[in-house]
Ligand binder design. Structure first.
Ligand code: F6P
Length: 348
């Protein structure tokens, strides 16, 4: 059988570990593997490369994806579904392993319903994919953001400043929450918990009143003001750009700068902001993400071997299990109150 592998959406540390594992196990199962380039774009353009032990050697520790990625949505392109099915046939693909987040796997799920043999692997630094405890890439992003917070601490302390650190997280605040707890942030703002600027300033003032000359605010890019405070009708605080990708997502980034200005104005404390951006997505995966990606890849190859299509490899506790693609893409996994309350114990 010929197995196709693709990586779609934002890139993520650990993608190459998954590709390598799918190839290793599939070749051991006597199958041929091709890598479809740039996610669904490669399916629409029949753009692929051979994947074998040579082409996947030495990639385990490398960030990004050797296949390239894109945010191309098959269903936004004319006759997309029909063309995708025809092209997969033309490339000789009998089964497809789609490695991606909600958008990529949403397309995989639709194609599966249209008759394509697909299995999924959960990828996103945001960790917001449903039906799995963790996605690979998240641990690396949290470690990068935590190291940044540690570094921000020393300069904040030296200059007696408030430092606002903006991290990724469009719909869910997992990176902000985990790195904020690990990096000792004094306030953590996430999309799930709309905030009031004066309450943020109160926390900073409270710290100052007990002699703390600096504060660290960790804010997810998708954090929102409470409705009555909101000056923008769409519920978002500040959008640096109104450009949208082919899944309709507005490109975010900018809340940190605006919040920093507002904090300085309202508290009088000198405030700076740092936007971590794509630094969180680039570079080498942590050991945890290499292991998780490898386990997901081996499991996905076994799902193909058993003909269990329409499923996704997922982490539940310590075990890798199969869940339906439908469950994975039905809704996003957002931060729960219990974890947020752990962080709140250290606010102020
Ligand atoms: O990978 C997911 C994500 O990191 C989001 O948190 C972020 O909004 C988005 O990617 C930005 O990606 P890009 O700039 O590549 O469109």
């Amino acid at each position: 059988m010929k197995i196709g592998v693709l990586t779609g959406g934002g890139d993520c540390p650990g993608l190459n570990a998954v590709i390598r594992a799918v190839v290793r196990r599939s070749i051991a199962n006597n199958h041929q593997v091709i890598g479809i380039k740039k996610g669904w774009k490669g399916v629409l353009e029949k753009d692929f490369m051979e994947l074998n032990l040579d082409t996947t050697s030495g990639i385990l520790h490398r960030g990004g994806t050797i296949l390239g990625s894109s945010r191309t949505n098959v269903y936004k392109s004319e006759d997309g579904e029909k063309r995708a099915i025809e092209n997969l046939k033309a490339m000789g693909v009998d089964a497809l392993v789609a490695i991606g987040g909600e958008d990529t796997l949403g397309v995989a799920n639709k194609l599966h319903k249209a008759g394509v043999n697909v299995v999924g692997v959960p990828k996103t630094i945001d960790n917001d994919l449903n039906a799995t405890d963790y996605t690979f890439g998240f641990d690396t992003a949290v470690n990068v953001a935590t190291e940044a917070l540690d570094r921000i601490h020393t300069t904040a302390d030296s200059h007696s400043r408030v430092m606002v650190v903006e991290v990724m997280g469009r719909h869910a605040g997992w990176i902000a929450l985990h790195s904020g707890i690990a990096g000792g942030a004094d306030v953590i703002l996430i999309p799930e918990k709309p905030f009031v600027i004066d309450e943020v300033c109160d926390i900073i003032n409270k710290r100052a009143s007990r002699g703390k000359n600096f504060s660290i605010v960790c804010v997810a890019e998708g954090a929102k003001l409470k409705a009555d405070e909101n000056e923008q009708k769409d519920g978002s605080f500040v959008l640096s750009s109104l450009k949208k990708d082919s899944f309709g997502h507005v490109m975010l980034g900018g809340i940190g700068n605006v919040l920093a200005e507002e904090i300085e104005k309202r508290t009088g404390f000198e405030t700076r902001s740092t936007v971590l951006g794509h630094i969180q997505r680039g570079g080498s995966p942590t050991a945890f993400d290499r292991v998780l990606g490898t386990r997901f890849g081996i499991f996905a190859a076994e799902l193909v071997q058993k003909g269990e299509y329409g499923k996704m490899a997922a982490l539940k506790g310590n075990k890798i299990i199969a869940v339906s693609l439908q469950d994975a893409v039905g809704k996003l996994k957002t931060v729960d109150d219990e974890l947020y309350s752990v962080a709140e114990a250290f606010f102020g």
